[in-house]
Design a protein around this ligand. Sequence first.
Ligand SMILES: [Zn+2]
Length: 225
Amino acid sequence: MMNFHDRDLNLPRLCNEALNQPLTEAECSVMIAAAARKVEELFDILRIDHRNDHNTRDTPQRVAKMYVEEILAGRYTAPPRITKFDNAQAYDQLIVTGPIELRSMCAHHLMPIHGAAYIGILPSADGKIIGLSKYDRIVEYFAARLQIQEELVKQIGQYIMDMTSPRGLAVRISAVHMCKTQRGVRASHRSRMVNTYYWGEMASDTALKGEFLQECTMLDRDGAT
Ligand SMILES: [Zn+2]
């Protein structure tokens, strides 16, 4: 009988790190079944009668499946495959893409984070470029973990840097944290956290930073959710 503990117990990972090896389908099923039993136990402790309550009868299974296959999928699956193209026209000016829908889960409270990411790429004339939709996939992959926004921004950017080695890069996230709006101080749903991280030439060039932030503002206005 396969047990998902066998391989992973000796590999403790931080909540926003992927396992060394993606899980197989069989390992995912074992994990979901084990997690479902623990959610049942949690309901028992919270005195929710899931065995007799028609509303919560299937909830433990549903929640376990949702965590493994959606909320934390970026820990158990391989990173998106990136097809790289030669930068044939040697394009070396700033490209900005966004807003990219961002859905994640706060590591401190297990509450949703919802917002948008913006990515600014300064390609190298002799480097590689990737398809525009890949940036959305990369954001989705790293967001599907328990995250804090400061680290999410850096993970997304570092992956793009490693894969494409641009001259410069900027990643900006603007997001609502439901741990702040739905509980705690119960802030307005308009209250967002915004942070930007720069790499390479983008980190030292004030004019480029200004251009990126201006494009973000324009894209935010046009595509505001
Ligand atoms: Zn939180």
